[in-house]
Design a protein around this ligand. Structure first.
Ligand SMILES: Nc1ncnc2c1ncn2[C@@H]1O[C@H](COP(=O)(O)OP(=O)(O)OP(=O)(O)O)[C@@H](O)[C@H]1O
Length: 549
């Protein structure tokens, strides 16, 4: 069997090959005193031999010990010591170190040092929610968030269906895709206008927007557009932001189009909670299936979000004027945004004063909560609905609904609703802050990824440059050679059967140590197995930098 042993250390200043004692030695071109090792074969390994040779100075860090004990060379060379627990007095690191850091990578025939992780080099130590699994998953955003973001991105950038009959371009927008089926039985906005919604991409900024088209609409005067100005500047987390409004003949009629921010995969409160479920065919008497009541915490969260948006709007002297379940968007589990703001002011200029619109907003809000609590869009049978609500929800919630729906004249202001909400606001705040913390820690993982991608890109730029393919000095000497050997070490390892080892943890561990410029040393072996070189990650980092420049 051929094994590696350290013969002696030679500080060198130039990079070249020497032949010494029938072994090849690599010198490194560096000012920072690297060391080289010669290689030779031995016939058999004995316990005596593995412990006997001189301990080289630069091997200190590789040979790290615990409790002042020197680490057993058998572990270093073979990965284990068959005399462990049978009289060997040297230190044997726990097997978990090998599994944790070197999973699959090092075989017994590949000598290497095993030592504890330098935890400060890993992002896990900074994350408030560490991934305790000890796998590379800790370096990436969690599966559910990743999947959710992918689905949104897919929704955002999916190719619009062919033959929609929609124009290729409308104003500054292209790639229109319908967001809802268009048919004759559509509900009319303000009882008059048929509307349709599209997702479209802006030619100005490349972003995706939601276009709401009011069909066959005649704008009396251009000055009507000024009605949306106060809404355009309103940026609120619970309001879908309006961007612009224009008229167009691109749909072969005179349409008014209002552009809003697009929220991928948004559904409406109506579609999520109020749409009547189809009666299963096996249910004989056509009874509607029983629906689960929405949990009270969720209802309070909705109340808080809507009242927050309503307060911002009313404080600006504005009113929603349309507040129903089809005009409130839901994203994720419980994030609400009020949709279509400003549209009523544009298509149906004020017939009443703002104060009375605001009173109507609050009544509509109360009726919306009643609908959600009873899971029914039809709340005309008020006594029955109240009975349903009183069975499933607290008196506090019922009182809040009563406050909203009962007429108080101009006395009633939305700010008063917060008296009913009380300390539930703090629960909402806790939930929001916990969510923000969790997302921030996920973001920190992606930060690490960006750093590693930049590092990998550098490798890509340096290694195997075709213009230097015939130039031996390019990659077979100097810094570039070390970079090449390191790349082999990271990506081209093989197991004892010669099969490629694919271990993402190994790749990430090595790249992190390289990026941090760790003083820890590793052994790089040439492709022909004839030479090896011990260098620190810090030295390799310097080589990468210098080769890259
Ligand atoms: N800004 C937006 N971002 C993402 N999706 C949106 C946006 N605005 C509307 N939608 C989606 O478009 C679809 C149609 O919206 P719309 O407001 O017309 O609801 P609706 O239930 O069809 O109401 P109506 O019966 O009044 O037409 C909904 O499924 C909604 O999720």
């Amino acid at each position: 069997m051929t094994v590696w042993r350290i013969r002696r250390l030679i500080p060198l200043t130039h990079y070249e090959q020497l032949v010494l004692n029938d072994s090849r030695i690599f010198k490194r071109y560096s000012n920072s005193k690297p060391y080289c090792y010669s290689r030779f074969s031995i016939k058999a390994h004995t316990r005596q031999a593995s412990h006997s040779y001189a301990r080289p100075k630069s091997y200190e860090s590789v040979d790290s010990t615990q409790q002042g004990q020197r680490q057993c060379r058998n572990v270093l060379i073979y990965g284990n010591c068959k005399y462990e627990g049978k009289g060997c007095t040297f230190y044997h690191p726990p097997a978990s170190y090998q599994a944790q850091e070197y999973d699959q990578f090092y075989s017994q025939s590949q000598p290497t040092a095993l030592f504890p992780l330098n935890h400060h080099l890993y992002n896990k130590s900074t994350a408030p929610y560490p991934d305790l699994s000890g796998t590379h998953h800790g370096f990436f955003v969690s599966d559910d968030i990743r999947e959710d973001l992918h689905r949104r991105s897919e929704n955002l950038w999916s190719i619009p269906p062919q033959s929609t009959g929609l124009p290729d371009e409308v104003h500054n927008y292209h790639s229109l895709a319908p967001l809802e089926p268009t048919g004759p039985d559509r509900r009319k906005y303000f009882g008059h206008w048929a509307t349709s919604c599209y997702r479209a991409t802006s030619t100005l900024d490349g972003a995706v927007y939601a276009l709401r088209r009011i069909e066959n609409f005649r704008l009396i005067h251009e000055s009507a557009f000024s009605a949306i100005e106060p809404w355009r500047t309103l940026s609120h987390p619970n309001i879908v932001r309006i961007r612009e409004a224009f008229t167009t003949r691109a749909f072969n009629d005179s349409s008014l189009v209002v552009t809003y921010d697009y929220h991928p995969l948004a559904t409406t409160l109506f579609d999520t909670f109020l749409i009547p479920k189809p009666v299963p065919p096996y249910q004989s008497r056509g009874l509607a299936p029983a629906v689960e009541p929405i949990p009270e915490e969720t209802i309070w969260s909705f109340v808080i979000q809507i009242s927050n948006a309503m307060k911002a709007v009313h404080d600006r002297g504005l009113a929603f004027r349309v507040m129903d379940a089809t005009k409130i968007l839901l994203t994720g589990k419980s994030r609400l945004r009020i949709n279509c703001c400003g549209l009523a002011d544009l298509v149906n200029p004020d017939i009443h004063d703002v104060a009375s619109h605001q009173q109507e907003d609050m009544i509509s809000f109360g009726r919306l909560i009643l609908s959600l609590c009873s899971r029914s869009a039809d709340i005309s049978n008020y006594a029955k609905i109240r009975d349903i609500v009183s069975r499933s929800y607290s008196t506090d919630l019922q009182n809040a609904i009563m406050f909203l729906i009962s007429p108080h004249g101009s006395q009633k202001i939305i700010g008063k609703l917060f008296d009913f909400i009380g300390s539930r606001l703090l629960l909402e705040m806790d939930a929001v802050q916990l969510r923000a913390d969790a997302l921030e820690s996920q973001l920190a993982r992606e930060l690490e990824n960006g750093r590693l991608v930049r590092l990998l890109s550098k490798f890509g730029f340096i290694n195997e440059r075709p213009e230097f393919a015939r130039d031996y000095r390019w990659s077979e000497t100097g810094d570039k050679y070390i970079v090449k050997l390191f790349r082999d070490h990271v990506f081209h390892g093989v197991d004892e059967n010669g099969r490629p080892v694919v271990s993402l943890s190994h790749v990430l561990t090595n790249l992190n140590k390289l990026d941090a410029g760790s003083e820890e040393k590793l052994m790089l072996i040439s492709r022909d197995d004839q030479s090896c070189l011990v260098v620190s990650y810090r030295e390799i980092k310097r080589c990468v930098e210098s080769a890259f420049r």
